[in-house]
Design a protein around this ligand. Structure first.
Ligand code: GRF
Length: 267
């Protein structure tokens, strides 16, 4: 099982105490930056050709972290302009603050209708000139209006090989079903549940002694690889959608990673 240790272990939940002090000081810096960002936006856009992404996250935020890490490594030509969460206690929120990314908490309970909460989120995403909306463990379903506001500009990651096992609790469902392989899928979102055009998938084996946790770790490791790749392909304008198929321009198959498709974008 050691082999499948997630890269997230370097940022696990036992560490927040150590980071607490750092977070507080960076937080005040972040607030100033956040309030000034609106007026900086137009200037930044001219100076900065990086893809402007907004990440929506409700939970642990390991995919957010993987995206931030790949940006820092210079492997992803993007900037996380804003993180929106429906859960102020989400670890994703701490991660965002730790990386000096502005955060907005949108508590759906304060809005009479989901559409109104989404309206506010749309306003925030527009304020930051977001070009791609990245759902990373966001636990709210989006309405037709939200989806149509960003046509083919909202990505999601799902911990199964779609169209198998859409919906929730799918890692345990895959174990219970007895499949020998499962994996993860990055797709554009449409109005259905996990039915949008598939961009990239990665396969992992299911072992006889897997628990939900061990299999989740194996899947997450692949998620952290393929989500930044999908975003980079988008940033390079290489994703072409025809009907419901997504084609990657200038793509040549690489035999080095046969269980990630498309797979020549690694490294
Ligand atoms: C991932 O398994 C993703 O596939 C699903 O939600 C989980 C989010 O994990 N949509 P994290 O919050 O990014 O760690």
């Amino acid at each position: 099982m050691k082999k499948f240790k997630t890269q997230d272990s370097k940022f696990n939940k036992s560490e927040p105490k150590k980071q607490e002090k750092k977070l507080k000081t960076q937080d005040s810096k972040f607030k100033i930056r956040n309030s000034e960002l609106g007026s900086w936006n137009s200037k930044l856009k001219i100076q900065n050709s990086k893809l402007r992404i907004g990440v929506l996250a409700s939970g642990n935020g390991s995919n957010l972290q993987a995206i931030v890490d790949r940006i820092q490594d210079g492997k992803l030509d993007a900037r996380v302009e804003i993180v929106v969460s429906d859960n102020e206690h989400a670890y994703a929120v701490e991660r965002a603050k730790h990386s000096n990314i502005p955060v907005h908490i949108v508590d759906y309970r304060s809005y009479p209708k989901r559409e109104e909460a989404e309206e506010y989120i749309i306003t925030i995403l527009r304020q930051y000139d977001v070009e791609l909306v990245v759902l990373a463990g966001y636990m709210k379903l989006m309405t037709k209006k939200f989806i149509n506001t960003f046509p083919l500009k909202i990505m999601n990651i799902h911990p199964a090989l779609l169209p198998a096992f859409p919906g929730i609790n799918v890692i345990q469902k895959a174990i219970d079903y007895g499949v020998k392989f499962t994996g993860c899928t990055v797709h554009f979102i449409d109005e259905g549940t996990d039915t949008g055009p598939i961009i990239i998938q990665a396969v992992v084996p299911v072992m006889d002694d897997d628990t939900e946790e061990t299999l989740a770790n194996r899947i997450h490791e692949k998620e952290h690889t393929i989500y930044p790749v999908a975003i980079q392909l988008f940033a390079e304008h290489r994703l072409v959608v025809k009907d419901r198929r997504v084609f990657v321009q200038d793509y040549t198959y690489s035999e080095q990673e046969p269980f990630i498709n498309p797979c020549n974008q690694q490294g």
